[in-house]
Ligand binder design. Structure first.
Ligand code: SAH
Ligand code: SF4
Length: 375
């Protein structure tokens, strides 16, 4: 089977075309067809000579993954899709799927009204499953299947931009299934396709990578010369608790992560966000907020609180709104900027991994479209 075109970088494609004796602008033409026009065959690239189209079709595929399930919520403001990567039936050997979510609001900022004009965020997965094993995360509890390729990551964005119902995407957040910095090269190549002026031409500031906190890769990312946003999942004010929530955190310390985050801020000029999943009675005490504030105060950073989204995890509870607000107030009183992540899409479990669990377990209909109301 030929390689997917979008697993190569633009430079790779240019080099191949050059070797074929084609002019340099052909790569740009092809990229425009694939990313902006959303075509899925080379035959559709009508401004390319026919022999070149045939040659490309022999060398590359443009096949997009099929949609296995779709769920709409929030009057259509949130759409979650399950995309087929393996070509087998759910539950059968070789079944492999990832989920992607589109949110037509700003998921990081509750102050934004629903349907904020022109804002459309796609949340992408970078791995099928995840090896990090965070105790509160449905994906982590499923274990790791494999890394996604660059084309599989980009397909999740293109799924929402192409076709009759397709619309432009303003933001991409790497917050779906998997740990993006554990799949570094394919993730970075996808980021470059998103922000390259010859690619999807998105603002780098509209792209956010969320990491469980891999210190070395954060430092490497700081040196890439990209203006992408970084979210570091902290979840605890001390290392003991953090290692209980993220069993694979191992030798990575909060001090090390804060230091790598400072390096990111210095080298990119971007603020860093610390994600903090709030679990009742585990990490949501006011005293823990004060200790967290002590550690992050003074950094060009802000804390984004994510009230626990109940998943398959046993024994974990979502704190009441009053407790969430109290935690936020402690941080703010200590001079730390803190927001609460908007909770739209909770009814379709948009946070992480859950749709896939349902389909694998056979609990969900293959296509579940809820009434999207009057939107
Ligand atoms: N692996 C990366 C990105 C994917 S997870 C990371 O961990 O940062 C995206 C975000 O969702 C992370 O901040 C993670 O902590 C959070 N998350 C996962 N499961 C959750 C749940 N059940 N409730 C609330 N937040 C959750
Ligand atoms: Fe992996 Fe992120 Fe889930 Fe942790 S929270 S298991 S790192 S996807």
């Amino acid at each position: 089977m030929p390689a997917h075109l979008l697993d190569d970088s633009l430079a790779d494609i240019e080099a191949r075309l050059d070797a074929w004796g084609e002019p340099a602008y052909r790569a740009r033409q092809i990229a425009r067809w694939v990313l902006r026009e959303g075509v899925t065959t080379f035959e559709a690239m009508t401004d390319l000579p026919l022999p070149l189209r045939a040659r490309l079709a022999e060398a590359y595929t443009l096949e997009p993954p099929a949609e296995l399930a779709r769920t709409d919520a929030d009057d259509g403001l949130t759409t979650k899709v399950l995309l087929d990567l393996g070509g087998s039936e759910p539950g059968a050997p070789g079944f492999d799927a990832v989920e992607a979510v589109r949110m037509d609001y700003d998921p990081e900022s509750p102050e934004h009204a629903p349907g904020t004009r022109g804002r459309s965020t796609v949340c992408v997965s970078t791995q099928a499953g995840c090896a990090m094993g965070c105790v509160f995360c449905a994906t982590g509890q499923q274990g790791f299947t494999r890394n996604l390729t660059t084309s599989e990551i980009l397909a999740q964005v293109l799924h929402f931009t192409r076709g009759a119902e397709g619309r432009p995407v303003s933001n991409v957040v790497f917050m779906g299934m998997g740990e993006p910095l554990a799949n570094y090269d394919p993730t970075l190549r996808a980021v470059r396709w998103l922000i390259d002026s010859r690619g999807l031409d998105m603002r780098a500031r509209g792209v956010t990578i969320s990491t469980v906190g891999l210190e070395g890769p954060i430092r490497r990312l700081a040196g890439e010369g990209l203006q992408v946003g970084l979210t570091v999942s902290l979840h605890a004010p001390d290392d003991d608790l953090r290692r209980r929530l993220i069993p694979t955190a191992g030798g990575v310390t909060i001090d090390g992560l804060l230091d790598a985050s400072r390096e990111y801020v210095e080298r990119t000029g971007r603020r860093v966000t610390f994600a903090y999943a709030l679990l009742e009675g585990v990490n949501d005490e006011p005293e823990q907020a004060r200790r967290l504030a002590e550690r992050v105060r003074g950094m060009r950073a802000h804390v984004n609180l994510i009230p626990y989204n109940p998943t398959a995890g046993e024994g974990l509870r979502r704190p009441s709104t009053a407790r969430v607000r109290a935690f936020q107030r402690e941080l703010q009183a200590a001079g730390v900027n803190a927001t609460v992540r908007i909770e739209r899409g909770v009814e379709i479990a948009a946070a992480c991994g859950q749709l896939r669990t349902d389909v694998v377990a056979g609990n969900a209909p293959p296509v579940a479209v809820l009434d999207s109301g009057t939107a």
